[in-house]
Every structure is written in C-alpha cells, then in structure tokens.
Write a protein that binds this ligand. Structure first.
Ligand code: PAF
Length: 267
C-alpha cells in the first residue's frame, strides 16, 4: 500500500492505477464505520484509495479541531487490512495553497440543521471534498449515511458541477447497543458511554421529533436539534461536551409503526 502526501506523487500513482477507482475520504481516527466504507470500495472497484486529512476549515470550534483524535499509524494499519492500494495524507499547505481564499458554498440547505449549529461547516466540507475529488479523480466516492446532510450536499455538489463520478451512500454502522460509530465516541467517559445509546433509542422510539427532544433532555443530553425532514429523523446532541449526531429513516420510528396498517395485527 502506497502512502502519498503530495499532489504530484498521488497523480503519478493515479496515472498507473487500474480503473475503476473507488475513494473513501476520511479525517482519520478510523473505526468500524470507515472500515465498512473501505471494504465496500475494495469490493466494488479495481483500485481503492482512502484519504486521511483532519480538515480545519470544517471545524467552527478550533478546540474541537485541536482535540480531534489523531491515530495515523492505526489508520494506515486498517487501510492496509482492508486492502487499500493507496492512502493520501496531504498537509494543510498541500491542500490549501490558496489558504482557503476559494471555497465551495451551497446557500440553501447548508444553513439548516448541522449548518445552523456549525456556521461555515459545510463550506469547509464541500471545499475539501471538491479538492480531494479533483486530485484523486475517482469513479466512485463512498460516504456514510450517518452524516446524512453531508451526503446530501456532496451529492448535490457532484450534480451541480457535473463531476464524473458516482456518490455511493453506505449504511450507518452501529455498536451492539445502537450507538452510531463515531470518532468522537472515544471522548466519552464510561458513564457517558453507558448513557449514549439512549440517543438512538429516543429517536427510534418516539412518535414525534418533539417527544424525542424532550426524552433526550430529560435523560441529560443537551439537545441541539431533533427534526423530521424528508424521509429522515435527524438529530444532534451534546453529552459531556461531546457532540453526537445521528439520523434514522422515519419509517423506522414508532410513529411509522403506529400508523402501519398491520398495527396490532401481529404481536
Ligand atoms: O465525513 C468526514 O469524515 C469529513 O467530513 C470528510 C468527508 C472526510 C471531509 O473532511
């Protein structure tokens, strides 16, 4: 597996790589969710690449960026295990020679939900994803459904700019107790970790977003939003100062179960 950190070195490698190429962009601190994306890219494509870059422009809170876990050696080991052919590990200077003078902005959906609580977040995400896609030039790029709004905005950007690639959505990977895998989970104390699965349970077991919000607040979460939008229930909370996000299909909530025509017909 090649570990490449400059655009020139990556493009040289890319020129020889067998098509189609699958790409998994990450910020490192890889967990089973990332593993599933890399496995999918590996299974689907003749060549597979991941990137590891903690992108400062998508952190609205500098402290959140500073405390983001950095585990490059473990990340490379996981990439190797899943059969990645190369990992791109650029520096800030490599990816931002313009020092972020140029950026990609979406000005409707990106200011809602995550965007309302993290001003500038999606400018940073879309800009870095666009830069990475220009360098990596993949046929398919893999994104997790846990970051639903990110997935939706990246899809929209790919369409808007006629990017010649497919954006592939991959299901959220959860711990056995339902907590969505996240690099941030490791910052919870043992007590926080015990409480955290209540986040997913409250989303799934409440009939309305308001009910879920109240249940979470009563359990000790600081709720940023719970909203039903389109086909999903999306939410963000803070627990012990750690920001957690999750979303589920509305069809999987108890509201859907309550309105199902077979309700009560099966026990
Ligand atoms: O989802 C992430 O890990 C990041 O937002 C991404 C897509 C790698 C961009 O930095």
């Amino acid at each position: 597996m090649k570990v490449l950190s400059t655009v020139e070195a990556f493009r040289q490698w890319r020129a020889e790589a067998v098509d189609p190429l699958g790409f998994v962009p990450t910020m490192g601190a890889l967990h089973a969710g990332h593993r599933s994306l890399m496995e999918r890219a590996r299974a689907d494509c003749a060549s597979a690449v991941a990137s590891v870059f903690v992108n400062p422009t998508q952190f609205n809170d500098p402290e959140d960026c500073r405390s983001y876990p950095m585990t490059l050696q473990e990340d490379l080991a996981m990439a190797r295990e899943t059969g990645m052919d190369a990992v791109f590990t650029p520096s800030f200077e490599t990816l931002y020679p313009d020092r972020y003078r140029y950026r990609v902005t979406e000005n409707e959906h990106s200011s809602a939900l995550e965007g309302a609580h993290r001003p500038g977040h999606f400018d940073g995400v879309l800009t870095v994803v666009m830069k990475l896609l220009q360098i990596v030039a993949p046929h398919r790029a893999y994104f997790g459904e846990k970051d639903w709004q990110q997935l939706d905005l990246v899809r929209g950007m790919a369409d808007a700019f006629f990017l010649p690639l497919e954006v592939i959505a991959c299901p959220t990977i959860r711990e056995a107790d339902g907590l969505a895998m996240s690099s941030r989970n490791r910052r919870l104390s043992a007590a926080g970790r015990d409480l955290a699965p209540e986040f997913h349970r409250a989303l799934a077991e409440s009939s309305t977003a308001l009910e879920a919000r109240e249940r979470l607040a009563a359990a000790g979460f600081s709720v940023q939003y719970v909203e039903d939008a389109g086909s999903r229930r999306l939410a963000a909370v803070e627990l012990e100062g750690v920001r957690l996000i999750d979303n589920i299909p509305l069809a999987a909530t108890s509201a859907a179960a309550a309105s199902h025509p077979l309700k009560g017909a099966v026990s």
